[in-house]
Design a protein around this ligand. Structure first.
Ligand code: ZN
Length: 133
């Protein structure tokens, strides 16, 4: 279970809409199981349907997370026109077993979205409940 403030969820969806049809990505930090801060990170992937967090922006975010005595709780990215479920590549690239992966799925018409959290470890995927505060 992870607690996500509605304002941050809205900002994440907004970020996904700004980057559409490319994938957006970012980091989520907080304490225990509550997310309190999000960081938009530049997606440096070459392909349209992949994401790779800019390493320099990632370092800046980690410094800020340390400075605020927070912990990295999750990494998010969007799935433009794709189901709200980790792709084969997402599962393959899931290097942090203690970190949640949040996916925002958007359709072309932008009217709706899905936001889900997953735990991925050694090829296994488990959905995690999000509580929107
Ligand atoms: Zn993905």
């Amino acid at each position: 279970m992870i607690s996500l403030p509605k304002a941050i969820a809205e900002d994440m969806v907004q970020h996904a809409r700004e980057e559409y049809p490319r994938e957006c990505c970012g980091m989520l930090a907080g304490k225990d199981t509550t997310i309190t801060k999000f960081f938009k990170i530049k997606n440096i992937a070459q392909r349209m349907d992949e994401y790779e967090l800019d390493p320099l922006e990632q370092v800046d975010a980690f410094e800020e997370i340390d400075r605020l005595s927070l912990k990295l709780l999750g990494v998010y990215h969007s799935h433009p026109n794709h189901p709200c479920y980790p792709s084969g590549l997402d599962i393959h690239q899931a290097f942090y077993p203690d970190t949640l992966f949040l996916i925002i799925s958007l359709n072309k018409d932008m009217t709706g979205f899905q936001l889900k959290a997953f735990k991925m470890c050694e090829g296994k995927v488990e959905e995690e409940t999000i509580i929107f505060d």
